[in-house]
Design a protein around this ligand. Structure first.
Ligand code: HEC
Ligand code: HEC
Ligand code: HEC
Ligand code: HEC
Ligand code: HEC
Length: 218
């Protein structure tokens, strides 16, 4: 009988299979390691902006309320970014001629909005609504961290599905009185869970359905 495969073919087949298995499991390992890491979620990354706007200065030191600039946050799905006019309510007087504010003056002159780069953004297939959370007593800092200390904005929390679900399963310890949602210094001596449960009864917040896929993927 003629030999179709040389004897070494068998060895090559084994070596090939081995390499394939090593390669696949290695790739899987890398993928699993990256999943949930800062690299994958973009956490703690500072994004380049048209000018170095400081939340630490404006929200922290000057104590301007978040809603002065993110005015839609309580009433709609999006929080919204401020138009140039909002900045100019002060900067037409304060630091009027500062070089760092040149892009702002240009934007006003040319009627061209500032091109702020987004820092916290979900994929299109996820539905999110700010108003629902803010009115339920979930503070900005639960999802955005200590914004009042950020020189430049960065994403402080992964805000991935795991984080959404963890709170949706058990929101009580994350809630606060609604009039404190933008207060970055808010603390309480009361037990967070006891307070949260009381707030959930009063609002009222129904957790049934909050972890259904269709709540966030519609
Ligand atoms: C309520 C008033 C107010 C508003 C509104 C305001 N600023 Fe300011 N901003 C200030 C003051 C006050 C200073 C600091 C002046 C100083 O340090 O003496 C300042 C400083 C700055 C600086 C200099 C760097 C720094 O942070 O010290 C930049 C840049 C700046 N503002 C950008 C903006 C932009 C962009 C907006 C709109 C999104 C804005 N500001 C809205 C009051 C305001
Ligand atoms: C004076 C106006 C002003 C105030 C007050 C302010 N912000 Fe902002 N915020 C901005 C501007 C301008 C940007 C876009 C530039 C940037 O990302 O730094 C922004 C960006 C953000 C972003 C990132 C949005 C994205 O996806 O790009 C978050 C989150 C945010 N602000 C939260 C807050 C919170 C929380 C507060 C209150 C503690 C607050 N901001 C107060 C002007 C303001
Ligand atoms: C439950 C979590 C959560 C809370 C609470 C929350 N945010 Fe956000 N925020 C997000 C997510 C998620 C995004 C990205 C939304 C997207 O891409 O659709 C976002 C985006 C933003 C943006 C970018 C612009 C926009 O309209 O999407 C700003 C500004 C912002 N948030 C400000 C605030 C402020 C101010 C508060 C408090 C009053 C707040 N957020 C409370 C999760 C939250
Ligand atoms: C810290 C707690 C917390 C986190 C984190 C959180 N949520 Fe929620 N979410 C709530 C609470 C509480 C409610 C219920 C509010 C109510 O019933 O009034 C809610 C309700 C919702 C709803 C229902 C809105 C509606 O139409 O009634 C959606 C959608 C939603 N969340 C999406 C998300 C997504 C997407 C994320 C992650 C990016 C997220 N949430 C993260 C606490 C949280
Ligand atoms: C509370 C909100 C919420 C609920 C409920 C939810 N998801 Fe998600 N899901 C997210 C967010 C936010 C992302 C995008 C961020 C990420 O990759 O984790 C996501 C991403 C995904 C992805 C893409 C994953 C990837 O790695 O690219 C799939 C698939 C998915 N969800 C399926 C589901 C299924 C199935 C359910 C029901 C069992 C579900 N989700 C329930 C918020 C939610």
């Amino acid at each position: 009988m003629t030999q179709i495969f040389r004897r070494s073919a068998d060895t090559w087949l084994r070596v090939g299979l081995l390499l394939l298995i090593v390669g696949l499991s290695g790739g899987l390992l890398v993928a699993l390691t990256l999943e949930g890491t800062d690299y994958r979620t973009g956490r703690n990354w500072v994004v380049e902006q048209p000018l170095p706007f400081s939340h630490a200065h404006h929200a922290g030191e000057l104590k301007i309320d978040c809603r002065y600039c993110h005015s839609a946050v309580q009433s709609s799905a999006i929080a919204s970014l401020p138009p140039t006019e909002t900045c100019m309510s002060c900067h037409s007087q304060v630091w009027k001629n500062a070089d760092v504010l040149a892009p702002l003056r240009m934007s006003l002159r040319e009627h061209e909005p500032m091109h702020w780069q987004r820092v916290v953004e979900l994929p299109d297939y996820v539905y999110f609504h700010h108003g629902v959370h803010v009115n339920a007593g979930v503070g900005c800092s639960e999802c955005h961290g200590q914004v009042d200390r950020m020189q430049l904005m960065f994403k402080a929390q992964p805000l991935n599905m795991g984080q959404c679900l963890a709170c949706h399963r058990d929101p009580a310890p994350h809630l606060r009185p609604v009039d404190q949602v933008t207060n970055m210094q808010w603390r309480t001596d009361e037990d967070r869970r006891a307070l949260g449960e009381r707030l959930m009864k009063a609002h009222p917040i129904e957790i049934r359905g909050l972890t259904d896929c269709g709540t966030c993927h519609r």
